[in-house]
Design a protein around this ligand. Structure first.
Ligand code: SAM
Length: 293
């Protein structure tokens, strides 16, 4: 008996099952880009699964298993992005250094809401490692991820250190500190999941490290953000997820099924009515500042 269920459309496949078991049956060296955002071992509840291992050692051993499986699936010129908690990342970093080249240690910095830590410096970022198999030959589409270069260019300064003085570049490849707001209830992309990643974060990764028709894999798909972005950007995708509730989100987001066991798959119903009775402004009409509140 198979350990997982498969749902697919022409270019997108969803596996409902355990990541390690599923990764083990996929063809070796077949994937161009992997984005892995596993449970962080911090006690979050993902539907029927609680993200807590008996010890840090157990968690790291588990991570090494799926990392090995991911590395086996990656093409020789492929890229692997890994997210983890700030506490676990040093262990994964040391392990991955022995198997791949780590090109960048990225910080995803985000806005914070709700109660802040009072007795220590609260966490305002999540680390991401960008690794490649071959440091001399990998995909990096610098031209499509350029951002505005603020210093110099905005002030229209001239760089007199150059042989022929010239204005500063107005565009640059982003550095390794990325600011993107977290997914909020009022945003159109919001799904019911505790750690949904924003599409803009994945858009930068998919644009930089893959090309059209490439195969993108997410072994811990959650709300299937990676696969939805891959679809939007004309890539193929594979998403693996253990929890049925989230598989249903993926089936809907990727347009694979409209019904699941007779249930119509619908986006989350949202109420825009405030408790004081005033309607809220839809997110696309908010200023950037308000959206990041
Ligand atoms: C951090 S979340 C991923 C969120 C995702 N990046 C998104 O944007 O929605 C981790 C996901 O891994 C799933 N998960 C936990 N254990 C798993 C396993 N052994 N195999 C596959 N998925 C698993 C959880 O249900 C959860 O949805």
């Amino acid at each position: 008996m198979k350990d997982f269920k498969v749902y697919d459309s022409e270019h997108h496949t969803i596996y409902h099952g355990d990541a390690i078991k599923t990764l083990g049956v996929l063809p070796r060296e077949s994937v161009d880009l992997i984005f892995a955002d596993p449970p962080y071992n911090i006690g979050k509840k993902y539907a029927n699964f609680v993200d807590k291992w008996p010890s840090d050692e157990d968690y790291i051993e588990w991570c090494k298993k799926w990392l090995d499986a991911c590395i086996a699936l990656l093409k020789p010129h492929g890229s692997l992005y890994v997210m983890a908690s700030t506490q676990s990342m040093p262990f994964l970093d040391i392990y991955l250094r022995s198997r791949l080249t780590i090109l960048s240690r990225i910080i995803w910095r985000y806005d914070s809401s709700g109660v802040q830590a009072q007795n220590y410096f609260g966490s305002m970022y999540e680390p991401i490692l960008h690794c490649v198999k071959d440091a001399k030959n990998y995909v990096f589409n610098a031209d499509v991820i350029m951002v505005e270069a603020k210093t110099g260019a905005q002030r229209k300064l001239i760089d007199y250190r150059k042989k022929v003085p010239a204005v500063y570049n107005s565009r640059k490849v982003p550095g390794n500190v990325w600011y993107f707001p977290r997914v909020r209830y009022r945003m159109a992309e919001y799904e019911e999941h505790p750690t949904q990643k924003p599409e803009v974060l994945l858009e930068r990764i998919v644009a930089a490290s893959s090309n059209e028709d490439d195969l993108v894999l997410d072994p811990f798909a959650g709300t299937f953000t990676t696969c939805a972005v891959a679809k939007k950007m004309k890539r193929r995708s594979i998403g693996i997820e253990l929890q049925e509730d989230y598989v249903k989100i993926g089936l809907r987001r990727l347009g694979i099924l409209s019904h699941y066991n007779g249930e119509k798959l619908c986006p989350p119903e949202k109420s825009y009515v405030r408790k004081n009775g005033k309607p809220q402004i839809p997110s696309n009409q908010l200023t950037l500042l308000e959206r990041n509140e």
